[in-house]
Design a protein around this ligand. Structure first.
Ligand code: ATP
Length: 468
């Protein structure tokens, strides 16, 4: 279902996230901390459900992928071997009038000029010079910029350095999770009884000193990645690459994202080692942007780590006795971007009736797939001040919570409670009234149809099991 109701849907989503406890700006009581966000009570549930679905798709439903949780900190040599210390950078320019620091490739792209972050400083400055007239500062409108310079995105730290000057030999907060996979490839091979082709999946935090961090949780300086590296025999890369493209596309459809809001973006300007690279883009309120990358990386990663570590990372094929460096197909997704795509997809404003003064009565509802909804079932006693209703409602809540994430709510009238649950995407609300005490039936209200039906308490578990 296509859903771009208004130009300000981003503001509406941000406002809902704050109001209903999905996402909070970091350090808000200290005036905030740029490009970092916190997940609130419902946000953490949604983010966990996204990760659960990814982990299930990658590990539980496959017998050729194993999991890993490597540490955020690693030897700084890893980031030299991977090329991050020298080359993990974006082109930066500064507006001379308002001093906003901006990503030059994005500025050029937004002005319709082809550029990307992989260009050298010289290349991108040539393009910049030729197109200066077309480019205005998005903050103040001026067009007076400093020349572009490459800015390294790795975040440095003093971990394990007690010299007082750690800037000379910094350690790094990882800029991507996959390096932890490459450097554990041999450990996994030797311990997990895997044979090529096989994959290693990992979910974890990554850190980047992003130059411009607009667009809410789309681009943050601390974020979480869901990465899977699939090790294949040289020459078989493209077969698995195509299979992974299909699988990753299907994953988003399974989360309830509509195909019309997804598209492929093929990388035209490949890094020298890559064989092929595509991104899955989602139609965010600010346009189609990258949600996940699917990349055929050749043997670059293991070759680099072999060279820098001096360890033999070759694979000995037990069937043929052939020795080779595996090639890698990577799928790399972001938790925050999936979260934002799902909210964009699920957010609706619906007319529910007409008020006495003739104006439309509306509701905001998040039509999230039940498996992703932060709360699956909300349990309401009809009245807060009737102990027999509250007691019965508690009894039902205590039973259902053993299987599903439930919420007990006895605040305000039932209509208000429904609205609140609609806004956080709860698929079912269950009300205990005086009839329940007589006939053991409760009212179950469906979020999407708003239809209500009476269900016997003994039937509830079966009812929800078939629907959630
Ligand atoms: P972009 O071009 O948008 O900066 P990227 O190509 O640098 O992204 P990758 O390095 O391929 O991104 O990272 C894989 C995935 O990690 C991305 O598809 C995205 O979902 C997520 N990701 C990367 N950078 C960020 C960020 N700063 N904030 C949130 N998610 C991110």
């Amino acid at each position: 279902m296509k859903k771009k109701e208004s130009d300000n849907s981003m503001e509406k989503i941000i406002s809902l996230c704050k109001r209903r406890g999905f996402v909070f700006p970091s350090s808000e009581i200290y005036d905030g901390f740029a490009a970092v966000y916190d997940f609130g009570p419902y946000g953490v549930e949604l983010a966990n459900n996204i990760k659960k679905e990814w982990w299930k798709a990658m590990t539980q439903l496959r017998d050729d992928i194993v999991g890993l949780d490597s540490a955020i900190f690693m030897s700084p040599k890893i980031w030299e071997a991977s090329g991050h210390v020298k080359g993990f950078s974006d082109p930066l320019t500064e507006c001379r009038k308002c001093h906003a620091r901006l990503r030059l490739d994005t500025l050029l792209e937004e002005a319709g000029v082809f550029a990307d972050e992989k260009m050298t400083e010289e290349e991108i400055n040539l393009i910049f010079e030729a197109n200066r007239g077309k480019i205005k500062c998005p903050v103040c409108g001026a067009s007076d910029f400093t020349p572009g310079r490459k800015f390294n995105l790795l975040v440095q730290s003093n971990l394990g350095n007690f010299t007082g000057d750690w800037t000379k030999e910094p350690t790094y907060l990882r800029g991507e999770t996959c390096q932890g996979i490459y450097v554990n490839y041999k450990n996994v091979l030797d311990s997990a009884r895997v044979k090529i082709p096989f994959g290693i999946a990992q979910i974890g935090k990554a850190f980047r000193n992003e130059i411009t961090a607009r667009q809410f949780i789309f681009r943050t300086r601390e974020f979480e990645q869901m990465e899977m590296q699939y090790f294949v025999k040289p020459g078989e890369d493209m077969k698995y690459f195509e299979a992974w493209r299909a699988a990753r596309w299907q994953f988003y459809l399974n989360l309830g994202i509509s195909a019309e809001n997804l598209r492929w973006h093929k990388h035209e300007n490949l890094v020298f080692y890559a064989k092929e690279a595509y991104d899955i883009e989602y139609n965010f309120p600010f346009g189609f942007k990258e949600l996940e990358g699917v990349h055929a990386r050749g043997d670059y990663d293991l070759t680099q780590h072999t060279k820098y570590s001096g360890q033999d990372l070759n694979y000995l094929d037990p069937a043929t006795n052939e020795k080779f460096t595996p090639h890698i197909v990577e799928t790399s997704a972001g938790v925050g971007r999936t979260f934002l795509a799902l909210l964009t997809e699920a957010y609706r404003e619906e007319k529910t009736g007409t008020l006495e003064d003739g104006t439309a009565e509306t509701r905001i509802v998040l039509k999230l797939a039940p498996k992703l909804a932060p709360i699956k079932i909300a349990v309401f006693p009809l009245l807060k001040n009737k102990p027999e209703l509250v007691g019965k409602a508690r009894e039902i809540f205590d039973k259902l919570k053993l299987t599903w994430r439930c919420e007990f709510d006895d605040n305000g009238n039932i209509g208000k409670r429904y609205r609140r649950q609609d806004e956080i995407g709860t698929p079912y609300c269950l009300t205990i009234d005086f009839d329940t005490l007589e006939n053991s039936e409760v009212t179950v209200r469906d979020r999407d149809t708003m239809q209500q039906e009476r269900i016997n308490i003994d039937e509830l578990e079966n009812f929800f099991r078939s629907r959630i």
